[in-house]
Design a protein around this ligand. Structure first.
Ligand SMILES: Nc1ncnc2c1ncn2[C@@H]1O[C@H](COP(=O)(O)OP(=O)(O)OP(=O)(O)O)[C@@H](O)[C@H]1O
Ligand SMILES: [Mg+2]
Length: 293
């Protein structure tokens, strides 16, 4: 589990302010925000590269710098372009494997997982395309078989096929109980895999919810065979529905919440949808910027 507690860091004016959130095991948390919002700063604080002015960020309750074998606990990918250009992909992984004290068998496994073939790993990393670097960097992050992954814009430079590959890899990793925190400034990149979204804007967390909750932030519009029975059931459950005519009922609740109330009251629904918004719209409203490409 990753936990940020009131992390504040200023570089003069901007930076991050009072950033708090949790990434539970078994989930992929998408850390979303426009350029300059404070994503990388937060992740660098988490990985002990920046000391916050106040607050703390921990992994399984411990600061990164205090972890006994950090590379075995947390896979980090902050800057895929930062690897040594004069080493081959294979050398890069073998050196890292020595530092982490994992065997060559693990190097072979990881190469398989990240999809770099023999020809590619024999070439100098300096000649790699951005997408190949991302694959190698992800391989480095996975090498120590960590339970936590921290990835800054991992989809950068990947083609659509590469993005789908990474999505599957991270989903399976989380489904096996891993904790994933990945940042992106593009909603579509995380929308498909994240089961938890934390949105940051101008250094401040502006949303922390499931994609469904965010979509449902505008409430739910629902139609029932018997609207009065539905309204009564919703009121009995503590909601404040309004009847909008034509049997349509609006209520400040998620579609799931409304569906559950209806099911419990045996009310037949003929329509159930979040009001107005798709996720992108919500993201724009939260950040107030043209943050998607
Ligand atoms: N070392 C630094 N010195 C001065 N200002 C910095 C430094 N690092 C970050 N900042 C400032 O902090 C703010 C947050 O930057 P950060 O890199 O965390 O944003 P980001 O969300 O990762 O953006 P991007 O999507 O462009 O990567 C920005 O205004 C940036 O200019
Ligand atoms: Mg960044």
């Amino acid at each position: 589990m990753i936990q940020f507690r009131h992390v504040t860091k200023s570089f003069g004016a901007v930076g991050v302010r009072d950033v708090s959130f949790i990434c539970p095991p078994g989930t992929v948390t998408g850390f979303l925000g426009p350029n300059g919002a404070g994503k990388s700063t937060s992740l660098r604080v988490l990985c002990g590269l920046i000391r916050p002015d106040s607050g703390s960020a921990t992994i399984d309750g411990v600061a990164y710098a205090q972890l006994p074998q950090p590379g075995r606990r947390v896979g980090v990918m902050l800057d895929a372009t930062a690897m040594h250009p004069g080493r081959t992909g294979r050398e890069t992984l073998i050196l890292a494997a020595q530092v982490l004290d994992v065997g060559d068998a693990r190097v072979a496994q990881v190469l398989d997982v990240v999809g770099l073939d023999r020809a590619a790993i024999g070439r100098h990393a300096g000649t790699y395309s951005l997408g190949m670097r991302q694959r190698l960097a992800l391989g480095l992050a996975l090498l120590g078989d960590p339970g936590v992954l921290v990835l800054d814009e991992p989809a950068n430079g990947l083609d659509p096929q590469g993005i789908r590959w990474m999505r599957t890899l991270l989903r399976e990793y989380a489904d096996r109980g891993g904790t994933v925190l990945l940042s992106s400034h593009l909603l579509p990149e995380v929308e498909a895999i994240a089961d938890h979204l934390v949105v940051i804007d101008q250094g401040t967390i502006v949303a922390d919810a499931t994609p469904q909750e965010l979509q449902g932030a505008g409430g739910t519009s629902v139609r029932a065979l018997d609207p009065s029975a539905l309204t009564a059931a919703l009121v009995a459950s503590g909601y404040q529905p309004t009847e909008a005519g034509n049997g349509l009922v609006r209520v400040q609740a998620t579609t799931e919440q409304v569906g559950r109330v209806a099911a419990a009251a045996s009310v037949v629904l003929t329509e159930l949808r979040p009001i107005g918004h798709d996720l992108e719209q919500v993201f724009f409203e939260l950040t107030g910027h043209g943050a998607s490409a």
